[in-house]
Design a protein around this ligand. Sequence first.
Ligand SMILES: Nc1nc2c(c(=O)[nH]1)N[C@H]1C(S)=C(S)[C@@H](COP(=O)(O)O)O[C@H]1N2
Ligand SMILES: [Mo]
Length: 402
Amino acid sequence: MTEMLTMKRRTFLTGSAGAVVAAGFAGTAPLARAQDAKPLPDYVAWKDADALIVHSDKTLETKRGAIGTSIITPEEKLYIRNNVNTPPESIVADRDAWAVEFAGVKEPKTLTVAELKTLGLATVATVLQCSGNGRKYFMDQLTGDQKMSGTPWTVGAAGCVLWSGVPLKAVVDALGGPADGVRFITGTGGEELPAGLDPKDLVVERSVPMSNLENVILAWEMNGNPTSLAHGGPLRMIVPGYSGVNNIKYVKTLALTEAETDAKIQRTNYRMHALGEQGSPDDPPVWEQPVRSWITTPLESAAAGPAQVAGVAFGGMNACESVEVSVDGGQNWQKANFVGPDLGRFAWRNFVLSVELAPGSYTLVSRATDTEGNVQPEESEMNGSGYSHNGWRGPAVALTVS
Ligand SMILES: Nc1nc2c(c(=O)[nH]1)N[C@H]1C(S)=C(S)[C@@H](COP(=O)(O)O)O[C@H]1N2
Ligand SMILES: [Mo]
């Protein structure tokens, strides 16, 4: 049964955009054959194909039912989002030799991973989530000739990951402290860019405010293993609480800068702009993640009787304070319980509500509140690129109990 549902959902989500919008996530999926699903691309052939929806070679989504209830997302199930081609495997052949150039400090220097390992050690659990996670729910709200481009992610462009590495603060301290006047931490990805095109248009380079200096770590380990190439090895810049794009894989340059980078991915992309317009440097950047939750089980159908409604909830920069669950589409809410250990304010919490379900149709939704009192809205405010969705209505589960 589970396998059948899994297969249905996979094909459903990789089907034509029109079919996806018309049917809705929890609605009736068109009957599907397993071979409709795209295979895993070579560079992530080691991943769990049954747990992933392959939107494209550069965009793989974790199936909603595959996330599990034990906090940490296994690497083989974690989503993938690449803006450009992944670097060659050769860069992880000798991880300790990977060199990072540090600038914007009193004593600029290039340090290898081996050297960085001597300067400090920290472990942090963070929600790694693509800025476009939930874009499909914005797309569903479009009318007439309104359009939105981008991957129609539902809830699976997210995971909770344990990172180990050196705190950036320790490196900056070792290099004499920040240079005068710096206001941003700017990380650059180590991809080789195609020749003949303007590198500023392609480079994955992001700036985040210096207020993150205490939080950022440069991670060589993910979930207990050396950070895989696909997820940013040999070294990844992790900005806890911040949207996925700010977590630079294969970080090659780390600069404290006076201004935000003028790379396209920062200047005009990943900005909260109006529908039908282009992003501009005046629009707010996609940085801190808003409070959010969704249900991961049950999905689609359940047997009458007792059931455990479970999911994940997080507050971005803040811990998640509480989660409420409704089985009637948001008319009545009940407080859920947290499951498992608290891995800190940047991690997500698994939650559960025990319910007794009689035969019939249910609409399951969840609503999280963070420690600052921010509550998920019913609908997110529309933005032209479909970033930072956190409305509770979108990821509703239509459940049939028999
Ligand atoms: N160097 C580099 N870093 C990157 C990206 C990239 O394409 N190149 N993609 C970003 C985006 S948009 C997201 S959502 C996350 C995805 O991380 P993952 O593929 O490890 O899940 O990495 C971010 N960091
Ligand atoms: Mo992303």
